[in-house]
Each structure stands twice: as structure tokens, then as C-alpha cells.
Ligand binder design. Sequence first.
Ligand SMILES: Cc1cc2nc3c(=O)[nH]c(=O)nc-3n(C[C@H](O)[C@H](O)[C@H](O)COP(=O)(O)OP(=O)(O)OC[C@H]3O[C@@H](n4cnc5c(N)ncnc54)[C@H](O)[C@@H]3O)c2cc1C
Length: 577
Amino acid sequence: MFPVSRSRRPSRSRPSRSRPSRSRPSRSRASRSRPSHDGFAVRALGALLLSAALAGLGCGGGDAAPPVDEGEPTHQSFDRGVLCTPERLLRPETVEEVQAAVRWAAERNLRVKAVSSAASHSENAIICADEGAIQLSLVAMDAIVGIDEEAMQITVEPAAQMGAIGDALHEAGLGVRNTIPLRDLTAAGAIATGAHHTSLRFPSGVHDMVVGLSLVDGRGELQRLEGEEARGAAAHLGRLGVVVAVTFQAEPQFKTRHAITSGSDEGLEDRILAMAREHDYASFSWWPGEGRWVLRQHDIVPADTPGEAYSVGWVSTAGDQRLQAALAHRANRDPEGEGTLCDVQALRAEATELVHEEAGEPVEGQAVGFSHRMFSSTCEGLACPWEHLKIFNPEVAIPVEELPRWMRRVREIVAARPACFPLNGLVIRFSAASESWLGMNAGQDVAYVELHVVRHPDEGAFEHFADVHDELHQMSLLEFEARPHWGKNYGATFLGLDYPALYPEWERFEALRARLDPDGRFENAFFRRALGLEPAPRPPGCAVERDCFCRDDADCGPGLVCRPGAVVEAARVCRPE
Ligand SMILES: Cc1cc2nc3c(=O)[nH]c(=O)nc-3n(C[C@H](O)[C@H](O)[C@H](O)COP(=O)(O)OP(=O)(O)OC[C@H]3O[C@@H](n4cnc5c(N)ncnc54)[C@H](O)[C@@H]3O)c2cc1C
């Protein structure tokens, strides 16, 4: 057993849009009465004791007022692109306080939506409590509960960040296969949306490492999922309850060797899968039209391989990103700006960025280091690209054997309507089939295909090549049984999809959801609209914000018309008149 103490990071301050203040009951932290079963005692328990401890926890709550209620009732995404305006924002710090909050809401028939990040890293309204509902922020519940070294499992509170989890495991000589380039994502949030790494050799989701899940259900009761049920439910979408603990399977710590290769894209579709299978981790950027690809690869090497490199990707590329942002914004405001975007693309397609350092020096060529520091890094303030660059990030998973056909369709579209992809090209990553029910990799090997679209800096205006971006995305949805990334895509993506057809185990998830949350306590507008239970609003110009795909010209806004795609007849995109 390896108990690890709670770590605290200073929270990033973010400006929030002001709202009229409302008077409501508020209790200061100092005067708040602690539950009888002290939170620290729960945190100090090891993984093996967790189930028993959770089963024995007291009820708490009853008809009491919510445990904490302070600050402006807003929650937002990392780039301030999504703003949630719930009725109340509660900040429980213990399992009992979560239970009390859910019971308090249930007694008043209020809906609840939990988040664990101070600013969510998802880019759509999946994170939001409805107006009039309760947002639970579990940011304070970020402890590493314990490591069972024999079973090589780590149990964490919901807001434990992936970076901290990797650091704690490393201390115990352990590591995890899958993480995300940003260290700040939380355990409960990352598994919720099926966030993933990239590999065809094993399932590459963070949720694929889950072996146990503790959550507070819609009645405020504690539930523990384990085994097949935990693995199936791990990509939980925030719909099963409030996750209060996650147990991940780890393995002996390992190192990876990272390298970047690039080449001409002639015939790439015929060899890309073989290229991906040659590596433990493979991530492609593809610039059709520019005729180039770049492959970022990691291969697992023994832990005693020389090398102590670590990723600094978010910081080392910050200067380039700011320059690109400035150029892209200027280009989007310039009616003749398409050429500038293509110039930026040409530079990006020669990508030679150095994303690893060793002992403070950039590593040229191959880098070797421990897994937890090779895969991800972090950024602060202006070193974070989203502080100066707003993007749309449509990403879907398609069956992996369909990737060559998908690439040929992309070539047809770009041949009919030439376009450039200045940021990262088309990003292609992978996963082997997952046991999860609603991860994008559920039950089949997949390729994740992703657009990074630099948004127009002015509200209500389309970026250059918007018609191509939208046709490509709709092509994936219409022709490839694409499963959208739950946390990345804009709202229009999720409307009108046949989810039970996309996910063979959909009904199993729904059955579990109905058992844990019979009253729909954890539903929100995002899911009601996605599931067709509530119409999505279609204000004029809704296609600009990608809240809809256009059906008629009014959806596109002034000066634009809604037309079929250049190649995909069934697609509907906005174009200048
Ligand atoms: C810079 C950046 C890089 C990224 N890279 C990748 C990548 O490489 N691969 C990838 O797949 N994704 C990537 N993403 C997307 C990101 O991984 C997902 O959107 C992830 O879900 C965000 O995690 P979060 O902790 O911020 O959760 P949030 O976005 O805050 O929440 C996600 C969902 O989890 C629910 N939730 C959170 N906590 C709880 C809880 N305790 N109980 C119940 N429900 C809860 C929320 O309600 C919401 O539905 C990236 C995002 C950013 C900003």
C-alpha cells in the first residue's frame, strides 16, 4: 500500500462574464460543519480498502441546505468558448457532501451536473448544468487515494489530474499507457468523454484503464462498479451519477523513444495503417493539397534505456502558435486571405518543432524518457495557445479499415474545392477496440480523424474554407458511421445521430443509467437535444457558431447561402452568394 497525500495547485484565475448578483444562502468554508466521517480518513485509505470504506460511509445531508454555495454561479470551458449559467454552483469537498448535495437537489426536483476541472477542457455544452439546475464543482476532491502496488492499481478522487497521477505512479515504479498531451485533465472528466491517446496495439482511451468506479447515484446513494461493468461504463458521459473515485490499472513504469518523421503523401492511404502498426503510439498530421505528412511516434523501450527527456510541447511551441494565430486572424479578416493561410500551412507541413527537453536543453532527433513525462506537459497564461487562438475541433472515430477510403474522399473534396489546413493539418490517431460501451473505440479498432479549424476572430463571421471544413466533417458523419468525440465537437455534430446504431452496447449503458438515475437527475440540454428529446434552437446564423448545419440561407446569416457540398451532395454548407 502506498498512501499519497493530497496535492494542491494554485488555480488559474480566469475572467468571468459578470452576471447580476443574486442573494442566496451561503456558508463560509470555515463555519461549514464537517461530516462525521472525515474526508481525510477516506483519502488516506488504500485502494484495497476503498470498496469497503465507501460501502460503510454515512448518509449525511437529509434535508439540509447544500454543503457549500459560494461564488458566482458560472462554469466555463478552458477557452471561455462555453459558459454555463446554472442556478447554483456547489463545491463539495467530500463524498458525504456530494451525497448531501444530490439529495438536496432531488428533494427539490432539480437537475445536477458535475465537473471536476476548474475550467473544463471539453468544448461543448456537455459540461453544463441547465439554467435553473445545480452545477457541482468537485475541484477540491483531487487526492490520490492510494496505490496498490501488488495489483498495480491506483485509486484517485475525481479531480486528480492526469499529470499528478503519472507522478504518483512513477514514485511507485509504475506508469499508465494512455494519457493526454495536457497534464491538467482530470480523472473523472477524461474518462467521461472517452479521451484518448493513440495506438493500434492496444485500446488507447484513458477510460480503457479503468477497473473500478465509485459514484453517487440519483438518489444520493454510493455505488461501486467493478469488473466488466466498470470497464463498460467507464466512458460515463457524466450521465451515470457523480463520480467520486476512479481506480486505474497501471503497469511497470516504462520509457518511450519519441521521433518525428515526414514525407510526401503520394499513396499515403495505402500504407498509413501499416505505418501506424509499426509503432506503439502513432499520430499523423496530413496536409492534402500540400502533399505532406508528419508522423509523431513513440515506442516503448526498457526503463533502463539511457535518457531523461520530458515533454515541453505546450511551451516550446508557444511562440510559433502565437505567430500563426496572428497571421490566421489577419488572413480571416482579409477577403483575399486564403493565400496567407496556405503559406502558413506550407511552413507547418515542414514541422520540425522540438517538443522535448533533457536537463533544460532541447532534444534534437530522438528523445527517450519516462512515460509520464514524455507524453504530456502543461502551460500557463500566454503560453497556452487558446489564450490567443480560438479553434473549432471536430473529431470523430471511424472504423480503422475505412481510413483509406476516408482519405480518398478527402482528396476528392480538396481537389474540387482547394483548401488549406494551416494549424496542424488533418490529425489522424488510432485505438484498438475497447471494452467500454460508449467510448468512441467501443468494440472496434478505430481511426480518430480531426480538424483543427482556426475560427474567425470576429463574432458571427465565417473563417476562410468554412465550406470545406463543414463538408469534410459532414462527410465523415454521413458516409462513415462516425462516432463524434463527446468532448470536442461543436453542438451541430450531435444532432440527429442514431446512437443505438453507432454503439452496439448503447442499450446496456441506458439500462445502467436507468438503474442509477431513474429520474434523469444528471441529464442536461446537451443530451436532451442529442437524443432528440428536445428541439435544438435554430436562431438565424446558427451555422456560423456551428450550433446547426444549415438547411436554408437564414441559417448562414447575411451574405451567405446554404448549398450542397462540392462533392458530398447530402452535405449542407454555407457559401458566399
Ligand atoms: C489542450 C487540450 C488537449 C486535448 N487533447 C486531447 C487528446 O489528445 N485526446 C482526447 O481524446 N481529448 C483531448 N482533449 C479533450 C479532453 O480530453 C476531454 O474533453 C476531457 O473530457 C476533458 O477533461 P476535463 O477533466 O476537463 O473534464 P470536463 O471537460 O470538465 O468534463 C467532461 C465531462 O465529464 C463530466 N464530469 C466531470 N467530472 C465528473 C464527475 N466527478 N462526475 C460525473 N461527471 C463528471 C462533465 O460533466 C462532462 O460531461 C483535449 C482538450 C484540450 C483543452
